[in-house]
Write a protein of this length. Sequence first.
Length: 227
Amino acid sequence: MKTRISLALLSLFCLTTMNSFAQERLVQGIVTTFDSITIVGAEVMVKSSKEIVKTDSLGQFKVTVNGKEKLKISAKGFISQNVKLDEKTKLVAVNLKLKAGVKAREYAVGYGYVKDGERLNALAQMTNNDVDFSQYANMYDLMRGRFAGVQVQSNGDIIIRGQNSINLSSAALIIVDGVQVDKSVLGTLVPTQVKSINIIKDGSAAIYGARGANGVVLIETKKGMDD
């Protein structure tokens, strides 16, 4: 009788162990800021095991997880982010938000998180955590004077890189929740509906094609985050 019980317990132990190993998998990821600038040396912590790895020179990382898991990604000067993984997650892309203020940018470059300081400084960001968007009547008032070198013209054009041509438009490309829109959309957006505004001034805008040559205004709405 004891032998049968022992064999049953042994079988149960083996089965449990096999299931545990079967769930264990490798998760790979990349950490960026402003969607395209990779972050080097960011800490990626596996919540259950407290294991910490750092992103490599390409902003990439690998961790071993078991079943459902949570990762915490952090870097000085950036807003930490928690990521939930399900049993099938194998690839993760994390975009950390840079904290407001000059110090955050100094940390990003000084600590080696961002290798291309000039590229970072060619970008600007404002979120509703930095500024109370509800105090502005419209998007034009919200953007006017908030970003260095950015002009809001009377016809609704947003000028980021100055007047490039007398005959051709110098207006920036406007992207709302990942979709290219006409400048008239800014007149219909209510500031309290907006989560963040990113201004791209340099070569990073090249991913948006020829229209991005005048710079890009990236607007993320609260509704867009819920979709």
